[in-house]
Design a binder for this molecule. Structure first.
Ligand SMILES: Cc1cc2nc3c(=O)[nH]c(=O)nc-3n(C[C@H](O)[C@H](O)[C@H](O)COP(=O)(O)OP(=O)(O)OC[C@H]3O[C@@H](n4cnc5c(N)ncnc54)[C@H](O)[C@@H]3O)c2cc1C
Length: 537
């Protein structure tokens, strides 16, 4: 059974910084935990105030991109990034505590997690992992990468660690207004609560936090009796499910893997593949084909996450402010009929390009999202999205009109339907995998070039080597395993530092492994995983 004990971080020189020397621009009041909120609404004198929520890959991307705007463009702007945890890195920062179900862990990270994509594909363009990072690194390297990125790009003074955005409500109308943001700052026993307003809110809160727990009839009665030498059923064929069967398979007495019809079994996994679950009885699990599993001791649900933004859906402490996002799992509204921004837990809509809220309640630049797309290389995609947001904040006429954006969204949804997908189920998934994901990023950046906001170099945003590296992730995984097994990692990594050198390494490895497999077949191959998809259920 996967034990979610804390992993000892030995190689990581984690850089933790304290509060910035300059006090936060916002006012606030110190309260004991038991005290009632009495903070008043504060406004800064900035010409434009922007709050970013979350210091994972997405939040750091938008913060850096805004700061990269020319000085004269962002003169007088105030940018604050609130992060509820003790450091940057988002889900790559381990939870220091043992899991205490049903309380959710701070992160879905698990101790033996390695990336399932080569790290050069996971980088912000132009900013590489440290020299000598293994091609498929353990999670500590990815955490360090984010810390390095924040420190080396001087982002830290804009980041308020241990600050949770509790609620954000819109006070205004479809053309003008402000976000009333309530922030809770925990520092030991003392909690300060701040209420202040911002012109723009950028949500980068991640979408791998609230587990999607399918409801099966009978789970209340089902009562597994044996927990030693377990027989385990893993549900879901996304990356987590596949990783779980690979990790549990070798140690469990028996492992079943319940997959939807369109999901491929995991190569090299020591499992019995079974179809979807129909329901539970007191002692068994009945599958949709009528078979019944009577020997299962534990079920691991690897069934993905729900798209929730609690602080946007919570009533604001300011009675005049309205809720920015409505949670409605069973909604029958759609992009054209929704009066507000809605999440059906799979899809937040209506959003233009998965970024800008087209809610009638506020202007399109008031609320934007970074990092919603699924099945995409996050950091480069985050930067492509961030470029569009930063330019739209600098000049709202960068965006088409709300009506044009809505028409574009409706057209995109109908193209998805023509391909056989329900957009309200597929949500933010790049259903065509890498091709769609790369076209998405290229289009965002091409749009800015066409608008004259970025110089047009005539090239696609996603470089050819990134495309090859994503496409050949399996092959590269097999190559890297061969290299590690032969103890030759250093030989390959020596002297590889710049982005060009990492790109060159990728291409050399692809050729090297392909030649080997042409000659010897897939002999000795090891499954390494697929580009990340946590929503395989
Ligand atoms: C287990 C797992 C493994 C993965 N492996 C890979 C991989 O190998 N390769 C790959 O390309 N992708 C992988 N991914 C995809 C992953 O989603 C991205 O790598 C990326 O790091 C996600 O960044 P994010 O910023 O969008 O979200 P997160 O990393 O979740 O960051 C969101 C941040 O927002 C903060 N936050 C949330 N709410 C609030 C609030 N109210 N107030 C203040 N702060 C708040 C959180 O504390 C967190 O720090 C993996 C995902 C998972 C779940």
């Amino acid at each position: 059974m996967v034990r979610f004990s804390q992993y000892v971080v030995s190689i990581l020189s984690l850089f933790l910084w304290g509060e910035p020397e300059v006090p936060p621009a916002e006012g606030g009041c110190l309260l004991n935990n038991s005290s009632a909120l009495t903070a008043t609404n504060q406004r800064s004198n900035a010409s434009k105030s922007i709050a970013i929520v979350g210091a994972g890959s997405a939040g750091l991307a938008i913060l850096k991109t805004i700061l990269d705007l020319p000085q004269e463009t962002r003169h007088g702007w105030e940018v604050v990034l609130y992060e509820q945890r003790r450091n940057v890195g988002g889900l790559w920062l381990p939870d220091p505590n043992e899991p205490q179900p049903p309380k959710l862990p701070e992160t879905p990270l698990y101790p033996r997690l390695r990336t399932n994509t080569p790290h050069p594909t996971m980088t912000y363009p132009g900013y590489t992992f440290r020299p000598h990072t293994p091609l498929f690194p353990t999670h500590e390297y990815v955490e360090q990468y984010h810390v390095d990125f924040a420190v080396n790009n001087n982002l830290t003074s804009y980041i308020r660690l241990n600050h949770t955005v509790h609620s954000a409500g819109w006070k205004g109308n479809s053309t003008v207004g402000e976000w009333v943001v309530e922030v809770h700052h925990t520092n030991g026993e003392v909690k300060s609560i701040t209420k202040r307003s911002f012109d723009h809110l950028i949500v980068a809160n991640g979408h791998n936090h609230y587990p999607r727990i399918p409801k099966f009839q009978g789970t209340d009665e089902w009562y597994p009796e044996r927990y030693v030498n377990m027989t385990v059923l893993v549900v879901g064929g996304g990356a987590s499910g596949r990783d779980a069967v690979l990790q549990v398979g070798p140690i469990a007495v028996k492992t079943y893997h319940s997959l939807k019809e369109d999901k491929e079994p995991t190569p090299d996994a020591n499992v019995t593949v079974v179809p979807r679950i129909s329901h539970f009885t007191r002692t068994s699990i009945v599958l949709v084909d009528g078979r019944s599993l009577d020997d299962v001791d534990a079920v691991i649900l690897a069934t993905g996450y729900e798209f929730l933004v609690p602080f946007l859906s919570r009533p604001s402490s300011d009675q005049d402010a309205s809720v920015g996002l409505v949670e409605s799992p069973k909604t029958t509204l759609n992009c054209t009929t929704a009066p507000t921004l809605i999440t059906n837990l799979r899809y937040i809509f209506p959003l233009w390009e998965h970024i800008f809220s087209l809610s009638q309640q506020y202007p399109p630049t008031a609320l934007s999202f970074v990092g919603l797309p699924v099945l995409i290389a996050n950091c480069p995609s985050d930067i492509a999205q961030a470029l569009l947001i930063a330019h739209a904040l600098a000049d709202p006429s960068t965006l088409p009109s709300r009506a044009e954006m809505l028409a574009d969204l409706v057209a995109q949804e109908s193209r998805l339907r023509e391909r056989g997908y329900d957009p309200y189920y597929a949500g933010h998934k790049m259903v065509g995998g890498d091709d769609d994901a790369q076209a998405y990023q290229n289009n965002l950046v091409r749009y800015l070039k066409q608008k004259g906001r970025l110089p047009d170099d005539g090239k696609d945003y996603v470089e050819p080597w990134r495309r090859i590296a994503r496409k050949e992730s399996f092959l590269l995984g097999r190559a890297w395993r061969r290299i590690e097994d032969n103890g030759e990692a250093d030989k390959w990594l020596d002297g590889v530092e710049t982005e060009d050198q990492w790109a060159d390494l990728i291409l050399r490895l692809v050729n090297w492994q392909r030649k080997h497999e042409d000659k010897y077949g897939l002999h000795g191959s090891v499954y390494v995983g697929q580009p990340w998809d946590e929503s395989g259920f």
